[in-house]
Design a binder for this molecule. Structure first.
Ligand SMILES: [Zn+2]
Length: 131
């Protein structure tokens, strides 16, 4: 018996689609805002170094935001593909069912708690090994 019912998967699929739509909306608003700000900066008077520094840090910030949005949307799309392939809710590492509570908190989770913590230990950046 599966830990997650077909009905629960449909609910999670709806959540994922709603989340995807809202992130696309936010990303679109940000893009509009950035475009307007960039135009204002270009259209302004001869910039001094202060303005250039501000424009540069704004670009870095927005690139980071855009990168994060793309990452989240990619994870949501992966999860939706797993729904279509009837692999959603199953750990991609060990094949065990992922608990519904975990999926409700992280609908894009692809690993069970055990495999996820192993994965994080293996791939953690700057982790201090404890013996
Ligand atoms: Zn697993």
């Amino acid at each position: 018996m599966r830990a997650v019912t077909a009905q629960q998967i449909r609910q999670l699929e709806r959540d994922l689609l709603a989340q995807r739509t809202s992130i696309l909306g936010v990303a679109h608003d940000e893009l509009t805002r950035v475009t307007e700000q960039s135009y204002a900066a270009i259209a302004g008077e001869v910039p001094d170094f202060g303005d250039q520094a501000t424009a540069a840090s704004l670009t870095d910030y927005d690139n980071e935001m855009a990168r994060r949005h793309v990452e989240v949307i990619r994870e949501i799309d992966d999860a939706l593909l797993r729904v279509k392939a009837h692999r959603f809710g199953r750990c991609t590492e060990c094949g065990a069912d992922i608990a519904f509570a975990r999926l409700r908190a992280f609908p894009t989770a692809r690993r069970c708690v055990t495999c996820q913590s192993l994965h994080e230990k293996t791939f953690a950046v700057g982790a201090t090994p404890t013996m």
